[in-house]
Design a protein around this ligand. Structure first.
Ligand SMILES: [Zn+2]
Length: 242
């Protein structure tokens, strides 16, 4: 992660309302929306949820293509089929799970599953902690970052995430963030915190910047710009350079 020095004349500003983003061709998603005990989801917050192929599985629109790539890679590499145990969950559904098992389930508002960006995956005969005993589980845990996903609750980070190791719970954050988080053994919390406000970074050939305010800035030469609210009061801008 290198800092990129850009002068004011190399930047342009934009607001985050839908009309402006559409006009500028900027994509808005929630890939970097942080959800944890300190950063719950407001109950009225809506996410872009779509059905994955015709599976009946609902997930965040931002990850449909990358999940298809991950799933295909698992089958190609391990001859096994990746299934989704749990994906998008409404507040009502989370409330029911929590009432049933308050030890394991998160309280409504505190589950990443509300965003549709988290998936609990498994293969036949290997679910939950046992997922890691399968070839597919090993592949997912080692390579999900190449498809935009992280193991959201890694081993040894319980104090940061508030969750024990969950090798089956994958979270979409997109590229280049997933590779950076995974290869540096950090969490989404630590990643967002490491992005100094207003600074532009180069990560794996992409430009990344966390900004706070009504007006955001991107390089004039940026293309494929995506903006994600981070749920800590800022926005994270991801782009490529021409
Ligand atoms: Zn989960």
């Amino acid at each position: 992660m290198n800092r990129v020095d850009l002068t004011e004349s190399e930047l342009f500003s934009f607001s985050t309302d839908g009309a402006t983003l559409d006009r500028l061709g900027i994509t808005r998603d929630d890939a970097l929306f942080l959800i944890n005990r300190d950063h719950p989801v407001p109950e009225d917050r809506e996410f872009a949820i779509d059905e994955y192929k015709t599976s009946g599985v609902l997930m965040n629109r931002a990850m449909l293509e990358d999940y298809a790539r991950l799933s295909a890679a698992v089958t190609e590499r391990t001859n096994d089929k990746l299934y989704v145990m749990s994906s998008f969950r409404s507040f009502e559904k989370q409330r029911a799970l929590f009432d049933e098992d308050p030890e394991t389930a998160a309280e409504p508002g505190f589950s990443e599953h509300h965003s549709g960006l988290a998936l609990d995956v498994y293969v036949y005969m290997y679910a939950g902690a046992g997922f890691l005993n399968s070839e597919a589980g090993k592949f997912v845990n080692r390579n999900a970052h190449d498809y935009g996903f992280i193991i959201r609750y890694p081993r040894g980070k319980e104090k940061v995430t508030g969750f024990p190791f969950e090798p089956w719970h994958i979270r979409y954050v997109g590229s280049p963030h997933a590779r950076y988080i995974s290869l540096n053994n950090i969490t989404l919390e630590e990643y967002i915190e490491s992005l100094e406000e207003g600074v532009f970074y180069e990560i794996d050939g992409s430009i990344v910047s966390r900004q706070i305010g009504d007006l955001l800035y991107a390089p004039q030469k940026a293309i494929d710009i995506t903006v994600s609210e981070d749920n800590t009061g800022g926005y994270i801008i991801t782009a490529k350079m021409k």
